[in-house]
Design a protein around this ligand. Structure first.
Ligand SMILES: Nc1ncnc2c1ncn2[C@@H]1O[C@H](COP(=O)(O)OP(=O)(O)OP(=O)(O)O)[C@@H](O)[C@H]1O
Ligand SMILES: [Mg+2]
Length: 252
């Protein structure tokens, strides 16, 4: 059965999409069966992987709006893993979920896919909308990408508070939470200082893998290739491989 991992934080631009896409690619390199689900109406992960909305027969929004199986929305980008692409019409799904206050629909829709994969990774939209909450409820594990560029502790505290006070109570959950520092600048005192501060508060929940800051990430996005194929030997690619190995070790 697949382990379901949400890449989540309410704050925008922290590396959620970059981490979801490149972790998917790194796990696939290791022979794992991976499905990446793009829940964000901006469809950044979908664009990153070079998939156009027109290529998709039954978009993820159909699955939510007309209750068809999610499996009909799966496409196969040429990177060794499957993708459920997003679409701007996910805004209609968001409105529908909002009106029903439905936080559990994604979990139900993913259940039939779980035997098919080792990992189901979910790229979530920023903000506190229903699709983001759906990802948090569906997940077995929550990875929280946090930029090590600026003080990000508040964004972290906000998410963790919401999990404890609302979602975990309502759904009787207590998932594994890990903080993944991204955009890490090793040659400054600022980034290491931020990570040190976070370790004082969040201890072992801060992953030892640090994703370096690099222009190769926006470049790999422009070239529509995960960094593991765009620049396979780059430290950024190695860091996501390290994260993939950590996930595989943690599961065994
Ligand atoms: N390690 C990194 N080094 C340098 N740039 C990065 C790194 N990770 C991500 N970026 C860049 O930062 C920007 C934001 O990253 P990304 O889209 O992954 O964040 P996000 O959290 O998904 O954003 P949103 O909240 O809008 O969905 C992108 O331009 C991306 O290429
Ligand atoms: Mg994103």
């Amino acid at each position: 059965m697949a382990q379901i991992i949400a890449f989540s934080i309410f704050k925008g631009g922290t590396g959620k999409t970059t981490s979801a896409v490149n972790t998917a690619a790194a796990l696939a390199e290791q022979g794992q069966r991976v499905l990446l689900v793009d829940l964000d109406q901006q469809a950044s992960a979908t664009k990153y992987l070079g998939i156009e909305a027109e290529q998709v027969q039954a978009g993820i929004h159909h699955s939510f709006m007309h209750n068809t199986p999610l499996s009909l929305s799966i496409v196969k980008p040429p990177f060794g893993f499957d993708l459920i692409p997003s679409h701007e019409l996910m805004s209609a799904v968001e409105a529908m979920l909002e009106s029903g206050k439905d936080e559990d629909l994604l979990r139900q829709k993913l259940a039939p896919l779980e035997p098919e994969y080792d990992y189901i990774l979910i790229d979530t939209p920023p903000g506190k909308a229903m699709l983001a909450f759906n990802a948090l409820v569906a997940a077995d594990r929550i990875l929280i990408p946090v930029s090590a560029e600026r003080m990000a502790i508040e964004g972290l505290a906000d998410l963790i508070k919401h999990l404890h006070s609302v979602l975990w109570r309502r759904f009787d959950l207590a998932q594994d939470l890990r903080i993944l520092f991204t955009m890490y600048k090793a040659n400054t005192s600022h980034s290491p200082g931020i990570v040190k501060e976070a370790r004082k508060i969040y201890r072992d929940n801060v992953l030892s893998v640090l994703i370096p800051e690099s222009i190769n990430f926006p470049r790999s996005f422009e070239k529509q290739q995960p960094i593991t194929t765009f620049s396979p030997n780059h430290a950024g690619a190695q860091a996501y491989r390290e994260l993939a190995r950590w996930l595989m070790d943690a599961q065994n």
